[in-house]
Write a protein that binds this ligand. Structure first.
Ligand code: F6P
Length: 546
């Protein structure tokens, strides 16, 4: 392992960092071109990573690392439909779902594009019919509310995108039920009228216990209110398991399929996006797809260091592996991206939270970081204290739009943007002890008080952040941003040497939950469980017995 090109590139990067730790304050002072050197624009989307402690030499070494990891070859393998998801024997082709070019996308010797177009057209026909009132509920009333029942990739993508595109909604209201906790479906259905509610059961496998349990409850809700015959009119499904959907009782005209080469967390572009299309209409949904396609073309063709997903991936890798930062915070200064951090948690952590290489050998470097976040400015009044003065360095990713959708509230937007810029500046610059002292003395504070308080007012600074700046969060831009993050996760996965497209780590808990259900129900005893689990079950039963 020690004489591979990858190992040599990694060693060079580590040496570079050890020899020349970049002080960003100094770097900005000494190089007026720093922003130009470490930022990229692609249309009206800008990526600024100048507030990361990298030098030109670092970028050169990162590029070498990408070449040593065969990033261009791996990218080509993905786009050409090779089965790069080696543990499941599947191609990875979510890009085909937004491929508006005439080009064929070959899977197992067949062009996948015919099927993609057929499903998108069927979705558009169904959406138009629901939106116009041509398709109505069992009592002849127009659907006012859609409830999507799904979890993970069958929930987070459409939920995130529906909220993000709220200004474009002109269809029925969309609601999302994911948790098996009965509280979720109960509280969602409480204000709704069964006569005007349409359910979409979204599950790639149509076996996921949470989704199937919620779907049964929804079916009972409709049957109780409107009779068993109403089920056909009030349900649609999105799945790759068409036989299982049929046995649930959903009529074939209401079933929208997709394929095993679409990973759950990469599926918002497929029929899984149906609730988004119902909310914003087929035209806006096409713009969402077109934005993603534009990012695909950019990722496939731009030189490595002028390539947004590649640069974001390289910086992400640098922070995780070379700097050993355990986490990254994603802070959209865009309230409608409130679900983006949760969406990215699945996209990133389910993809790159792995411990073995493609060959099943234990990795020798850290892999995917912990991803978390909340919209700004709210986060500033919650956890930013730790980002600025805590003992761990956590790189931050800021997202902000130059323009909001509410021109009458421009003052709000200016405040929002000013806060976003201020946070990245504060993280980078920090405040020295001397500066803290000077500020307090200028305000007329007594010297003894200054001595006591100054250490508390020091900000270490030199804390990295990147900023993604865009004109406006419209469907096209959202498509670009999500595709950018998808490809960034791919880039990091290639550099880590892992398979980003399976998720075996979710299986064990599912298996144990199945075995524990009768124990919790009290029909089996906990003899096979460990003492802690058995003790917890006993205590639950005791609490229930009052
Ligand atoms: O949590 C594991 C997982 O398989 C995710 O990868 C997936 O998005 C989610 O469950 C839902 O799966 P399905 O769409 O098959 O119900």
């Amino acid at each position: 392992m020690t004489d591979t090109p990858l190992h040599t590139a990694l060693t060079a990067l580590r040496d570079d960092r050890a020899k020349a730790p970049t002080n960003m304050r100094e770097a900005f002072k000494s190089d007026p071109q720093r922003f130009c050197r470490f930022s990229l624009t692609e249309g009206d989307l800008l990526l600024d990573w100048s507030k990361c402690a990298v030098a030109l030499s670092t970028m050169g070494l990162l590029e070498k690392l990408a070449l040593a990891a065969k990033l261009p070859e791996r990218r080509e393998a993905m786009f050409s439909g090779q089965k790069i998801n080696v543990t499941e024997g599947r191609a990875v082709l979510h890009m085909a779902l937004r491929n508006s070019a005439d080009a064929k996308v070959m899977v197992d010797g067949h062009d996948a594009m015919g099927g993609v177009r057929t499903v998108h057209e069927a979705m558009a026909r169904f959406s138009d019919a629901v939106r116009s009132g041509a398709v109505v509920g069992a009592t002849g009333r127009k659907f006012t509310d859609i409830v999507n029942i799904g979890i993970g990739g069958s929930d987070l993508g459409p939920a995130m995108a529906t909220l993000a595109l709220a200004p474009y909604h002109d269809g029925p209201r969309a609601h999302f039920v994911s948790n098996v906790d009965g509280a979720h479906i109960h509280d969602t259905l409480k204000p709704l009228d069964p006569q005007t509610t349409l359910f979409i059961i979204a599950s790639k496998t149509f076996t996921t216990i949470e989704t199937m349990t919620n779907a049964e409850t929804a079916r009972k809700w409709i049957e109780t209110a409107l009779g068993a015959d109403a089920v056909a009119r009030h349900f649609a499904a999105v799945s790759t398991a068409l036989d299982k959907v049929a046995s649930f009782g959903i009529v074939p005209e209401r079933v929208f399929g997709f394929w095993d080469w679409v990973g759950g967390r990469y599926s918002v572009w497929s029929a899984i996006g149906l609730p988004v299309m119902l909310a914003i209409g087929p035209q806006c949904f096409s713009e969402f797809l077109a934005g993603a396609h534009e990012m695909d073309r950019h990722f496939a063709t731009a030189p490595l260091l002028e390539n947004l997903p590649v640069v974001m991936g390289l910086i992400g890798y640098y922070h995780r592996v070379i700097c050993n930062y355990p986490a990254r915070a994603v802070i959209p200064y865009d309230q409608r991206l409130a679900r983006l951090p949760a969406y990215l948690q699945q996209l990133d952590m389910e993809s790159n939270g792995k411990q073995v290489t493609l060959d099943g050998i234990r990795v020798t470097t850290p892999t995917g970081p912990l991803v978390w976040g909340e919209p700004g400015t709210n986060g500033q009044h919650a956890f930013f204290q730790l980002l600025h003065q805590g003992t761990d360095v956590i790189p931050v990713e800021f997202l902000a739009a130059a323009e909001g959708h509410e021109p009458e509230l421009r003052h709000h937007h200016n405040l929002l943007v000013a806060n976003c810029l201020a946070q990245s500046e504060a993280l980078m610059k920090g405040r020295t002890l001397e500066e803290a002292r000077r500020q307090m003395l200028t305000k007329g504070m007594a010297v003894a008080e200054v001595d006591r308080l100054a250490p508390h007012r020091v900000f270490p600074g030199n804390r990295p952040s990147i900023t993604l700046l865009y004109r406006k969060l419209d469907p096209h831009m959202l498509g670009r941003l999500i595709a950018l993050y998808e490809h960034r996760v791919f880039v990091e996965g290639v550099l880590f040497g892992i398979n980003s497209f399976d998720q075996w780590g979710v299986e064990l808990g599912k298996e144990l939950a199945t075995g524990l259900l009768p124990v919790v129900e009290g029909t089996e005893d906990a003899a096979r469980s460990d003492a802690s689990t058995a003790g917890l079950v006993r205590h639950i039963h005791k609490l229930r017995a009052g």
